[in-house]
Design a protein around this ligand. Structure first.
Ligand SMILES: [Zn+2]
Length: 166
């Protein structure tokens, strides 16, 4: 994605109030982000434990979703899959997040929930060559990575459509 300024990130959030957007804390490594390698910028709010954000691009425009993590953790003895990047991890590294829907639905307390990597760092996981492609040559490995990234972008779009549907 294209590099975004702090102001553009705050403006991109579609499902929180202006004061909430103004209060959010950016990721600690914001100044060093490698934007070109990111399909989505996802982070947990360093100052508000249960809050998190996913900002990505749709048709060249940044669109951000504010999320709230469940305050319960799943067991580390089980495994679970992130429904955005499809990585499988120990279940305590996956969290249930809810996003308030936009407009009247959101004001009435309506949310959309999904299971996502607890650190919201799906972007770095889709850049890792999957085990099923590790024996392949570089070109096919790159293709497998691009497929994972495309899947993440597609599922993000679907999730965003759920949150913004009126
Ligand atoms: Zn993920």
């Amino acid at each position: 994605m294209h590099a975004l300024t702090e102001a553009a990130i705050r403006r991109s959030l579609v499902n929180c109030s202006r004061s909430e957007a103004a209060a959010l804390a950016l990721p600690r490594d914001f100044a060093e982000l490698d934007w070109a390698s990111l399909d989505v910028l996802g982070w947990r709010d360093p100052k508000a434990e249960l809050r998190g954000y996913l900002v990505h691009e749709q048709d060249g425009e940044p669109i951000g979703i504010a999320l709230r993590a469940a305050d319960t953790k799943m067991s580390s003895r089980r495994s679970a899959m992130c429904l955005l990047c499809h990585s499988v991890q120990s279940a305590d590294a996956i969290s249930l997040f809810t996003a308030r829907r936009v407009g009247e639905a959101g004001r009435n307390g309506n949310t959309v929930g999904t299971y996502v990597c607890a650190d919201l760092d799906c972007a770095s996981r889709v850049r890792v060559v999957p085990p099923s492609a590790q024996h392949l040559d570089d070109e096919l490995q790159a293709l497998a990575v691009e497929e994972q990234a495309a899947g993440l972008r597609q599922r993000l779009r679907a999730f965003t459509a759920d949150v913004t549907r009126r």
